[in-house]
Design a binder for this molecule. Structure first.
Ligand SMILES: Nc1ncnc2c1ncn2[C@@H]1O[C@H](COP(=O)(O)OP(=O)(O)OP(=O)(O)O)[C@@H](O)[C@H]1O
Ligand SMILES: [Mg+2]
Length: 468
């Protein structure tokens, strides 16, 4: 049987600084961008590296380049990531799973999310590096939400990092249930994990609610499409609402405003009615709000945003939760803020006052939240649909299948730390395959995602077929 190692006989590498290498080999060599390699230097020193780039022309030898991670100890049981030795004409071979494992062990990558390579080596992430912002990207159906579920389950399993999920398609509302077809009583998650699911459709469990009075003045103004200067009189009426009409609750506010009889109060009452704000089911009254639930820091809080009747209601939820997390940032209590279909909240284009307010808050969290423990994970189909000031703050990347060359170019430019030849492989990815790169993985790795431990909320719907 021909092994990859024997195919790679005759390939050599050279490096002047011991950190970056060039390689050349026979054109039947089995290297690919992303292949982990062992380089045999002088005095039987062995180094672990990775191929970043390859060029290949029929009839010419294979040429490429890559990086060295460090020197393998003589007993082959550890990797010294501070020792580098220049080398020339060094033999280079595909690394086996246990040698690559040294890199993962050295980085303390402990969260298994799937496997990589033909020998199905466990692929592991560094849980501690979710203290950066993460970008999750791939075309529709590539498996982003499924893969996100796999990773979030593992974080719930292995860390104490609370997670809040903005879930527009009810994809995570079954996070507390066993997977489809499983006859186990519980999920693969320990029973003591506290998972709260707040629903936007009435009568489907705990409701997803916001208290109007909890919103800061700016957010209340945005909810009513009021600008502090362009709508001076009405905005001023809103500011003084409590002292003038004795309530801030939109449900009670209209009759009280009408009683006042001033032009500004009348105009504000008409505005509240025209926007149908009093019909929104998102208002809590005395019931528990999403902000209060998230303040208690459950292991996971799922905010099911998709079932509201009015398009501003999910924005009000996002505004309330993000404003409260930001207002309490000095408490420095870490939380992972996951936004699926992030273009709904982070688009550069939305121009309604609430869209602008939510986007500005996310831009602020992206720029300044990291040191306060406010870490974002944003998932979307197209990088161009996320505001550039948000995406440019992401240090971790999970890239699934994406066929659009323009989008891939965008990814390669924004995430300059990922070898372009690896990004360019994305159109060939199968469903459930993803390139992980950045701080949360020891080296860029093409992962075949593992299985979910809990039930998917919104798996694809099949075409109904007639039986002949
Ligand atoms: N690794 C996987 N193993 C098994 N099934 C998967 C896997 N990845 C995705 N699927 C299935 O493929 C379908 C699409 O996956 P998913 O919803 O995660 O895609 P998506 O990228 O989030 O799409 P969209 O952008 O439209 O939301 C789902 O039915 C899901 O169950
Ligand atoms: Mg999805």
């Amino acid at each position: 049987m021909t092994t990859k190692t024997s195919i790679n006989e005759g390939a050599t590498a050279a490096s002047v600084d011991g950190r970056y290498f060039q390689l050349a080999g026979p054109n039947h060599s089995a290297f690919e961008p992303g292949t982990f390699v062992v380089i045999h230097g002088q005095d039987s020193q062995k180094m672990l590296g990775q191929v970043d780039d390859l060029t290949f022309r029929i009839g010419s030898p294979l040429q490429g380049a890559g990086r060295v991670f460090g020197t393998i100890s003589d007993d082959g049981r550890s990797l010294d990531t501070a020792r580098f030795h220049p080398f020339s004409s060094a033999r280079i071979q595909t690394a086996d799973a246990s040698t690559v494992g040294l890199l993962y062990d050295d980085a303390a990558a402990t969260v298994t999310i799937g496997s990589y390579g033909s020998d199905h080596t466990p692929a592991r992430l560094l849980a501690r590096r979710f203290n950066r912002h993460t970008f999750w990207c791939g075309q529709s159906g590539s498996g982003k939400t499924y893969a996100l579920g796999v990773v979030l389950e593992q974080l719930i399993l292995h860390t104490g990092l609370p997670i809040v999920i903005f879930d527009p398609n009810a994809d995570f509302v079954r996070l507390g249930d066993p997977p489809e077809g499983s006859d186990a009583a519980g999920t693969g998650l320990p029973a003591d994990r506290d998972i709260r699911v707040l629903r936007s459709s009435p009568s489907e469990g705990d409701s997803l609610l916001v208290r109007f009075t909890d919103l800061p003045l700016r957010a209340r103004g945005a909810t009513l499409h009021l600008h502090p200067l362009e709508d001076r009189a009405e905005y001023n009426e809103l500011m003084r609402l409590e002292e003038t009409v004795g309530t801030l609750d939109p449900v009670k506010v209209v009759p009280r405003l009408r009683e006042r009889g001033t032009p500004a109060a009348d105009a504000l009452a008409a505005r509240v009615e025209n926007l149908r704000v009093t019909d929104w089911t998102v208002w809590s009254g005395p019931r528990e709000t999403a902000v209060e639930v998230v303040r208690d820091r459950p292991d996971a809080t799922v905010l099911d945003l998709g079932g509201f009747a009015y398009p501003d209601e999910p924005l009000v939820v996002a505004m309330a939760v993000l404003e409260d997390l930001w207002a309490r940032r000095e408490e420095r209590r870490p939380i992972l803020i996951v936004i699926d279909e992030a273009h709904n909240l982070c688009s550069p284009d939305g121009d309604s006052p609430l869209q602008v307010a939510v986007r500005e808050k996310i831009i602020q969290i992206a720029a300044e939240g990291r040191k306060f423990g406010l870490w974002l994970l944003l998932s979307t189909q197209r990088p161009s649909r996320i505001h550039p000031s948000i995406i440019s703050q992401c240090d971790n990347l999970a890239l699934m299948k994406m066929a659009s060359p323009v989008d891939l170019e965008g990814i390669a430019t924004i995430f300059g730390f990922v070898p372009a030849a690896l990004v360019a492989r994305s159109p060939q990815f199968r469903q459930g395959e993803a390139l992980f790169a950045g701080g949360f993985v020891p080296a860029p790795t093409l992962v075949r995602m593992g299985n979910r431990l809990t039930r998917e909320g919104g798996a694809d719907i099949s075409v109904p077929l007639r039986t002949p």
